[in-house]
Design a protein around this ligand. Structure first.
Ligand SMILES: Cc1cc2nc3c(=O)[nH]c(=O)nc-3n(C[C@H](O)[C@H](O)[C@H](O)COP(=O)(O)O)c2cc1C
Length: 238
């Protein structure tokens, strides 16, 4: 079985008929642990923001993939030499309006799972900056929002600082505005995310908010497009 056909069973096909599509990607190897639970609260909030919202969660731990091989073949044609479960996942990422990527802090950075996905985005970086075949305009970034969801054991406020630049680069390469963070430290003190209801409420509220914001932007965009279409060409005077 190829990676692509495996991917089909785990990642729904692209093409969203709903108003706002939201994809959550869990990069925690710990199923239903602190980080995935916080991501779930965010996705519940997104679902709660109204009808016509399509919400999907993908867990990297359940996928079959290889890390970037550093061959730089994508610098020549913008295509990765690897075909596996990350292949349809990247198509999915490019098709959604809201992307939430989640990782606990491991050794002051993101997990190997999420980093593997981010490194595999190199073909998109190559299309943007080497081949110049991929371009996202300001309007695209504005209507595509990225959020980083994370938990950490320690109480240091700066415990997430190693993760932010990586997340920023990924969102930029994939056409998302880095919109917000949903982060909770002191997990050791709280005895896990369930002992920190304020963080769970914050995640839920941010899920609701981002869907409402994107809905508004998309509505405004489509009414502007309708106005443009309705402008009639002046009659031809002979
Ligand atoms: C391998 C490993 C490394 C970790 N490194 C850190 C760290 O550098 N800083 C920190 O605050 N917490 C660290 N932690 C704690 C986790 O970030 C914290 O328990 C987190 O909430 C776990 O989320 P999870 O349940 O999704 O795995 C580490 C945990 C593990 C397993």
């Amino acid at each position: 079985m190829t990676g692509t056909s495996l991917g089909k069973s785990k990642i729904s096909p692209t093409g969203n008929s709903s108003d706002v599509s939201v994809l959550g990607i869990s990069g925690s190897p710990h199923r239903h642990g602190n980080t995935e639970t916080l991501l779930d609260a965010f996705l519940d909030g997104a679902r709660d923001a109204g009808a016509e919202v399509e919400v999907e969660k993908v867990v990297i731990k359940n996928l079959i993939y290889r890390s970037c091989q550093g061959c730089n073949a994508c610098h020549k044609d913008g295509v990765c030499i690897l075909t596996d479960d990350f292949t349809p996942l990247f198509e999915k990422i490019l098709s959604v309006d809201v992307l939430a990527i989640a990782s606990p802090i491991y050794s002051m950075g993101i997990t190997a799972e999420l980093k593997s996905l981010i490194d595999r985005a190199q073909p998109y970086w190559a299309r943007k900056f080497v081949l110049k075949t991929l371009y996202f305009d300001y309007g695209h970034y504005q209507s595509h929002k990225g959020l980083f969801i994370s938990t950490a054991g320690q109480s240091w406020d700066h415990v997430f600082d190693g993760a932010f630049p990586v997340v920023n680069a990924f969102f930029s390469d994939m056409g998302f505005e880095y919109y917000d963070n949903v982060i909770a430290n002191k997990m050791d003190e709280y005895g896990g995310i369930k002992g920190h209801p304020a963080a769970m409420n914050d995640a839920f509220a941010k899920g609701q908010k981002v869907v409402r914001v994107v809905k508004k932007i998309k509505k405004k965009k489509s009414s502007e497009e309708e106005t443009d279409d309705s402008v009639q060409a002046p009659p031809v005077v002979e």
